[in-house]
Design a protein around this ligand. Structure first.
Ligand code: LLP
Length: 402
């Protein structure tokens, strides 16, 4: 397996395993795809930083013309550290203390409010003095599964569209400058119609807000986790949503900006997690491949039943056998059950695909194991972006009181 001509096995010789390995070209390509898909409307892409927050990845995206979507004050500070202008940073927190929102205002970023309590406090504190965006919950069930669906009636996210009268009341009472409306209904939405339905809801509401500058349609574009998987056709989406958007702003009377916030689409396929086989363990019922990783590094299979393709790059012509690939954590951390892999021997390198998004950013030091190193292949060279944890990292911040 090669990335930009570099052999993954050679990269591993230099940096070791487990290793998160990203391809800069692929990330830039994905951004370009979105720009092409929405070309007519000059889409503003706000990369959802939570998918992969490494500062060099943020810089790469900034240099390539992306904005950024952040969900915490620390992500906002990372984005500023990566050189994003405050105006290019969309801050969409949920259930945070109002002090955090005040801090975001002091940084100058766009603030997206997702509950009435925060909206009221915002109005009291800033009045017309600082514009904001409002996150709506459209009551649509969408996305790959319940856990990653965020726009349904029982979701904690956004202000219900049925509470529009209360939003209007607060906006008028405090003369709040609402410059944007936002909906993000979930992750892994394959159907263009869902986005169009959401757009229809947003357009209907937007007519009541005369000071808008942008509408934000969130992220949630799905990529293929295995061959033949349904994906979001971003070209179809760009064409249809772009057209509907244009028609809307003509009737609204002012050109608005179209914002989107893709996370997975931007970085998922650009990343792999390379692991080493520690043990091949045959039982009467299953042959386990035990690797030097697990749910501490990639939690998606356990948390969402996500499927990540696994390839044995050390024995590409070996005969195929059935394995369960598991981690070394004291939990049932199955990375892939009943997978047909080329015969796996102890020491073999396995590549776990689609690991760029929500891989490292959701990793932990559970079981006191180190988080992997991160490497980016850029201009044909493998560059270390983050060192592997060390034992000192595990103790950092701890105070020994005895
Ligand atoms: N905008 C907002 C407000 C979001 O909450 C999210 C994701 C995104 C954009 C980006 O969504 P994406 O394009 O990546 O689907 N950890 C889960 C996904 C959770 C996403 C949370 N919010 C996973 O690994 O599938």
């Amino acid at each position: 397996m090669r990335i930009q001509g570099l052999s993954v096995a050679d990269v591993v010789k230099e940096f070791g395993t487990p290793l998160y390995l990203y391809d800069a070209e692929k990330i830039i390509q994905q951004l370009q795809n979105l720009k092409n898909a929405f070309s007519e409307n000059e889409v503003k892409v706000k990369y959802a930083a939570k998918a992969l927050t490494n500062i060099s990845i943020l810089k790469l995206l900034r240099q390539s013309g992306s904005g950024v979507d952040v969900v915490s004050i620390n992500e906002a500070k990372l984005a500023l550290g990566a050189g994003f202008e405050p105006a290019d940073i969309m801050y969409t927190p949920n259930c945070v203390a109002f002090e955090e929102i005040e801090e975001a205002v002091s940084l100058g970023v766009t603030v997206n409010l997702d509950n009435l309590s925060a909206l009221e406090k915002f109005g009291q504190r800033y009045g017309t003095g600082y514009p904001c965006c409002v996150r709506l919950n459209p009551h649509i069930m969408a996305g790959g599964n319940y856990k990653i669906s965020t726009g349904h009636s029982h979701s904690k996210f956004g202000i219900s569209v049925y509470q529009l009268p209360q939003i209007m009341e607060l906006a008028q009472k405090y003369r709040i400058a609402i410059h944007g409306l936002h909906i993000h209904t979930g992750s892994e939405i394959t159907d263009t119609e869902v986005f169009l339905k959401m757009a229809e809801i947003l357009f209907g509401i937007a007519r009541d807000f005369p000071n808008l500058r942008f509408l934000d349609f969130g992220g949630g574009f799905k990529v293929a986790y295995k061959e033949g998987d349904l994906i979001t056709n971003v070209y179809d989406l760009g064409l249809k949503l772009g057209k509907a958007f244009k028609e809307f702003y003509h009737s609204y009377g002012k050109k608005l900006e179209l914002w989107i916030e893709p996370g997975k689409y931007m970085v998922s396929e650009a990343g792999v997690l390379v692991v080493k086989t520690n043990v091949v363990k045959t039982t009467p019922s299953v042959t386990f491949v035990g690797v030097d990783s697990g749910l501490n590094h990639l939690i998606r299979p356990m948390m969402y039943d996500a499927y990540h393709e696994i390839v044995n790059i050390s024995n590409p012509s070996g005969s195929q056998k059935l394995y369960s690939v598991v981690g070394n954590i004291c939990e049932t951390d199955t990375l892939g059950a009943e997978r047909k892999l080329n015969e796996v021997r102890e020491g073999d390198l396995l590549v776990i695909k689609n690991a760029g998004a929500y891989g490292y950013s959701m990793a932990s030091t559970y079981n006191s194991r180190f988080r992997p190193a991160e490497v980016l292949v850029i201009n044909g060279q493998a560059r270390l972006l983050r060192k592997r944890d060390t034992f000192e990292d595990l103790l950092r911040g701890q105070l020994d009181i005895f």
